[in-house]
Design a protein around this ligand. Structure first.
Ligand SMILES: Nc1ncnc2c1ncn2[C@@H]1O[C@H](COP(=O)(O)OP(=O)(O)OP(=O)(O)O)[C@@H](O)[C@H]1O
Ligand SMILES: [Mg+2]
Length: 480
């Protein structure tokens, strides 16, 4: 099995495939050409030889008839011609009379014998027969000996001339050419193999270069970006790779920033507690009231630390488990009333008027805990970042698909350049002011995550010094 896989993998290599392709293109046409040319040479040579002999033989046949050779076979003139023709073409000639007796055989083997073959009989009937026997390598011709009649148009066949000629010389030529062609072809094949390997290696080179550069980038010794511009294809791949790489870098940067923010935020309350504890310890005979005040402050710092940790935990949970929303059908009007009731004391303390307006009864499939977190933070922000005697209006509406929540305040507003950052973890517009108000900058990140998990949307509109509007849209039916 693994052996098969190895072979399979071997042929999956681009280099090997290119080499095979070049070999196919370079060698197959050579073989076809050689076989085709040799065959057509052979056929052509035989047909030329046949027609040459045929015309010579016909001339001789005419002389044989006009000299009445069949009756006077001792004619030296004709005999000499027969011998000559046989010698020139390396063949054997026989003259057969109308009783199928061989009256002349240039091999002198069968004179006087009778010959009855298919070809001879056909020639008696007037046909000229030519036959090539490629296995035994000879051409055979039979020609009728025709005597014209003086008194009529008719012709009389008085005998047959049979001639068989060896084609050894043609075959010798054929073999010679064949060996030559084979040698040339082998030389070409070697050249093709050599060129294919070099070409395939060259073609594949940019890909090797790419993989080497990626290795370098991975180990940290390479350039920051991949640039192999040898082909359009490699260029495109490099561009895509670079964009993925830069996205990963951004992610990595934001992760590092997040970690350093977390450590900083977690350290701040601890530092405060340490300072408070140290200062009270260093005091001699500190009054009980001071102790109480300091312990109160330390308690506040512990609360702050706990809130940060809780917020971080809910964010991490949402990041990790986008799938496991605990969805139930919730009455949103009631949910809002509860949230507002819980936030009322804070609003009262800030002297901010809190108003809820519901246009219709709304119930939706949501995760109660996560949606409560999200809405609470929006309204809490609207109260926290408000002015004295300010107001917060919460409006609920719905259509057949979504419910819409609007949280509008008369607060300090958010500067335009800060708008795109407010959903980032630990981002606060005015750090000093926010510190005094007491936020960690995780609230909106949690809000946005919770809304997106419900396949909802959140939008913000704000004018500095005038107020802010957060619009939220969430589907009534949860789509998993
Ligand atoms: N309604 C608002 N009006 C003015 N500024 C706002 C409002 N809501 C948010 N912001 C600004 O956006 C920042 C981010 O808000 P977010 O809720 O994420 O953090 P936070 O309120 O500072 O802290 P947390 O909610 O984690 O306790 C805030 O610090 C504040 O500067
Ligand atoms: Mg907040």
């Amino acid at each position: 099995m693994t052996k098969f896989k190895k072979v399979f993998d071997f042929f999956k290599s681009l280099k090997i495939r290119l080499i095979l392709l070049f070999l196919l293109i370079g060698i197959i046409p050579g073989i076809l050409l050689r076989v085709g040319m040799l065959n057509s040479y052979g056929n052509r040579a035989v047909s030329i030889r046949t027609s040459e002999i045929l015309s010579q033989a016909k001339i001789l046949a005419n002389q044989i008839v006009s000299n009445d050779y069949l009756k006077h076979s001792s004619s030296t003139h004709i005999n000499a011609q027969l011998e000559q023709l046989s010698t020139i073409y390396d063949g054997r000639m026989m003259i057969i009379d109308d009783e199928f007796h061989i009256i002349k055989d240039t091999y002198r083997l069968d004179e006087g014998k009778t010959i009855i073959s298919e070809e001879v009989i056909k020639s008696y009937n007037g046909e000229e027969i030519t036959k090539y026997d490629s296995e035994n390598r000879y051409i055979e011709l039979t020609i009728p000996l025709v005597q014209p009649q003086l008194d009529s148009e008719e012709k009389k066949i008085i005998g047959v001339m049979l001639m068989s000629v060896s084609t050894d010389s043609i075959n010798l030529n054929y073999e010679y050419l064949s060996v030559n062609a084979m040698v040339i072809e082998l030389l070409c094949a070697f050249a093709v193999i050599f060129i294919s390997v070099i070409a395939a290696v060259q073609i594949v080179k940019p890909f090797r270069k790419m993989s080497a550069s990626i290795d370098m980038i991975q180990t940290g010794y390479g350039e920051d970006a991949l640039a192999v511009n040898d082909y359009t294809e490699t260029k495109v791949i490099c561009e895509k790779f670079n964009s993925v790489l830069s996205r990963m870098k951004v992610l990595d940067d934001s992760r590092q920033e997040f970690v350093s923010n977390v450590s900083h935020e977690l350290k701040t309350p601890l530092t405060s507690m340490k300072v408070l504890a140290d200062s009270i310890n260093s005091m001699e005979d500190a009054p009980v009231e001071l102790y109480k005040e300091f312990m109160q402050d330390i308690g506040n710092e512990v609360d702050r630390e706990t809130k940060i940790i809780n917020d971080l935990l809910s964010l991490v949970k949402m990041d990790k488990a986008a799938m496991d929303l605990n969805v139930t059908n919730i009455n949103i009007n009631e949910l809002l009333e509860q949230i507002l009731k819980r936030l009322k004391p804070i609003a009262d303390k800030q002297k901010v008027e809190l108003v809820l307006e519901s246009f219709r009864p709304v119930s939706a499939d949501v995760d109660e805990v996560k949606i409560t977190l999200a809405i609470t933070n929006l309204i809490e922000n609207a109260i926290k970042y408000n002015k004295e005697e300010g107001w917060v209006h919460v409006t609920l509406n719905a259509d057949h698909q979504y419910f819409y929540l609007k949280v509008e305040d008369s607060g300090i507003g958010i500067p335009e350049e800060a708008l795109e950052h407010i959903y980032e973890r630990f981002y606060r517009v005015d750090k000093s002011h926010s510190r005094e108000i007491g936020g960690t900058g995780l609230g909106l990140a949690i809000t946005r995550n919770a809304i997106l998990m419900h396949r909802g949307a959140i939008k913000v509109f704000s004018t500095e010094g005038e107020g802010t509007i957060f619009n939220v849209r969430i589907p009534l039916k949860y789509i998993s």
